[in-house]
Design a protein around this ligand. Structure first.
Ligand code: AHR
Length: 334
């Protein structure tokens, strides 16, 4: 009898300890599907929409144009935009998203600064029934945690850049890479695509990040020039965005390098990039389109109305060259 009582007591204590430690888990609450429809569905209009846009920063002309695209779309359509600037810090983006969840926004459009580390906050948005559209760069989180991704094919952009070097250096050569923010979908994708397609006889001598900013690219280029002789040790540079390209030009000019001494391919197609082609510094500029506001707004409204959306929308882009740059710069919107 005593033994039975002791055993029963021990079983109860063990059960309590296991529960407290999470060993015996209660069934998980069923999370709502990403983009299950808002209260006003199926008749929601832009007047019902509050979109959260935790912008990743203001690091480039591309980014400025992207922010402007969302702000002007909100004004045009008449929806409320909760805009913030995370200054290239993921933790700032995460806390902005948490604030938006607390405010009960209708939709979150997230341009993620880096690919990894979004699972927890995306799960929180999903559990709150707020659909998330990943904008511009990609995330590594499971696709069930967000409704869709709208942006550029960064791998293709890198492949397009590689094709330019392959054309220019059929007999091989050595080049440098000035890469974007470490861990960002844009830098990871472009580097991957570049390596996918670059001919084996073209060597990437060195690759360093300039964090997608003009200011940070200058010392990186200066350090490259200390280590390698332009035109001798390397003949070209692949630069992951135009702002860094303009920083690199500053450093190259100061070191006495002339336009055309090196084969330079950049990414974005901003007015600054076009001017660099006109001035003879860039030999090609791979387009990356920042004007995503209209598409994202349209998709957000569909999600609010419980309609299905394409989970991956990639922007149609091209490559620009110096021969038409003077004409094309007149129509550039960014
Ligand atoms: O994610 C898009 C990239 O981010 C653009 O190429 C760059 O200019 C920006 O900072």
């Amino acid at each position: 009898m005593f033994r039975f009582k002791t055993l029963a007591f021990l079983v109860i204590v063990a059960a309590l300890v296991l529960t407290a430690c999470g060993g015996a888990k209660a069934p998980a609450t069923q999370a709502p599907a990403a983009g299950g429809g808002a209260k006003c569905a199926p008749n929601c209009t832009f007047k019902d929409m509050t979109m959260c846009y935790p912008q990743l920063g203001a690091e480039s002309d591309w980014r400025t144009a992207n922010s402007a695209s969302f702000k002007s779309e909100a004004e045009k359509d008449g929806f409320k935009l909760v805009f913030s600037d995370a200054q290239q810090h993921q933790e700032n983006q995460i806390s902005a998203i948490r604030t938006c969840i607390q405010q009960g926004v209708s939709v979150i459009a997230l341009p993620p600064v880096v690919e990894d580390g979004w699972e927890a906050v995306l799960t929180e948005a999903k559990n709150a029934g707020i659909p998330v559209i990943i904008v511009d760069r990609s995330v590594s989180a499971d696709k069930s945690l967000y409704a869709a991704h709208i942006g550029s094919d960064m791998v293709l952009e890198g492949e397009r850049a590689a094709a330019e070097f392959n054309k220019k250096f059929p007999n091989g050569g050595a080049i440098l890479e000035l890469s974007g923010t470490t861990g960002s979908g844009a830098a990871v994708g472009r580097a991957k695509g570049f390596r996918n397609k670059l001919n084996a006889n073209i060597k990437i001598l060195d690759s360093q990040t300039g964090n997608f900013t003009r200011a940070e690219a200058v010392p990186v280029m200066q350090a490259f020039l200390q280590k390698y002789k332009a035109g001798t040790d390397f003949q070209g540079i692949f630069i992951h965005n135009d702002d860094m390209g303009l920083g690199a030009i500053e450093a190259l000019k100061a070191a006495g390098v002339k336009p055309g001494d090196l084969f330079i391919v950049s990414v974005d197609g901003t007015r600054g990039g076009f001017q660099a082609m006109i001035d003879g510094w860039f030999q090609a500029d791979v387009e990356c389109n920042p004007l995503l506001g209209p598409q994202v707004a349209e998709m957000a409204l569909k999600l609010m109305n419980g309609q299905s959306v394409d989970p991956e929308v990639l922007t149609n882009e091209t490559v620009y060259y110096p021969d038409k740059a003077a004409e094309q710069i007149k129509d550039r919107q960014y």
